[in-house]
Write a protein that binds this ligand. Sequence first.
Ligand code: IZC
Ligand code: ZN
Length: 406
Amino acid sequence: MDLLLKNIGLLATPIGVCAKRGKEQSEISLTNDAAIGISNGKIAYVGAEAASPTASKTIDCGGRLVTPGLVDAHTHLVFGGWRQKELALKLKGVPYLDILKSGGGILSTVEQTRAESEENLFEKGKSLLAEMMSFGVTTCEAKSGYGLDTENELKQLRVIQKLAQEQPVDIVPTFMGAHAFPKEYADNRSGYIDYLINEMLPAVANENLAEFCDVFCESAVFTPDESRRILKEARKYGLIPKIHADEIESIGGAEIASEIGAISAEHLIESSDAGIRSLAENAVIAVLLPATSFYLEKPYARARDMVNAGVAVAVSTDFNPGSSPGLNMQFVLNLTCLKYRLTPSEALTAATINGAAAIKRSDVCGSVEVGKKADLVVWDAKDLEYIFYRFGSNLVNRVIKNGMPV
Ligand code: IZC
Ligand code: ZN
């Protein structure tokens, strides 16, 4: 054994390699006085400290809580600039999509991202990932969508690829050319969609730069028909569909996710009862983003109803410069309990194994079990409730990534 974590007061983790739905979402394993053995970056022992193997190095966890590393399954991590100037508009009551309509919002980030070099985007992304990990995240997803032309979408995805290679957080890449209509195509929607399908998608697939394809489905952005068409084409290139659905308006986004067999549907603030039922019936994971509801001052998605209906619920930051300029997953944990009314056990599942399942990584991370990556958080806490109850402080004592103390 390379490393033994001993004197773990409480180990709290979901168990298994699949998304947890319904009652299963609350069924986590709780072990007092535990130890975790690590070999070659993977978990090799989990159990009673008394029976633990010897190791060349030991970390005394001081009776603290240990959980799996958190999984942030929905981020727009790589972008140029910020959008603090929109705060004044927001305070005047200008809606998020009206800012986009007037050429700001996502389009302002597109301008700043196009103007930025690959090197600068890489350095910025690297420092943001270090901050994310300091809050307990060991795996995340990252979307393109601030290039909106072939050259700049590829640039963003190459930055994501290089970040995945050169810093410790595991990153899963998503192509999101369908994030907005670029100004060159403001009056030619079908022209942009043809360009996306005929040029961008093949280029992304050719360089193997993405695993998923996502679309911002809203009546004012990509309509349900346009979203369906793009995601079906993406599938032909092996990209798995994801969809930003029913964030601002209830337009049947959840139903489209079900119909096309998306792995996950994101936001779902305005989803209908029928939409929720369809997610459960088709085993689509709901990736809910409470920090976006907080920041846009919108209602919170019906997470409680979703869990009760048998939908696997994951939670993520939606980190982006417009609607969620925060990357602290611990704040998301607080909101998951307080606003979504999930219990700490359900919320832990949402932020670990269910997030991992939404990005096809639940076989390698998202729980503390022999054979999985040794991605762990040692918390400055003695019990699970504490990390959901406290807010505003960073409660991470130490992060272990691939068996290495960070
Ligand atoms: O930059 O505003 N919702 N896309 C969909 C975003 C938010 C990101 C942004
Ligand atoms: Zn998003």
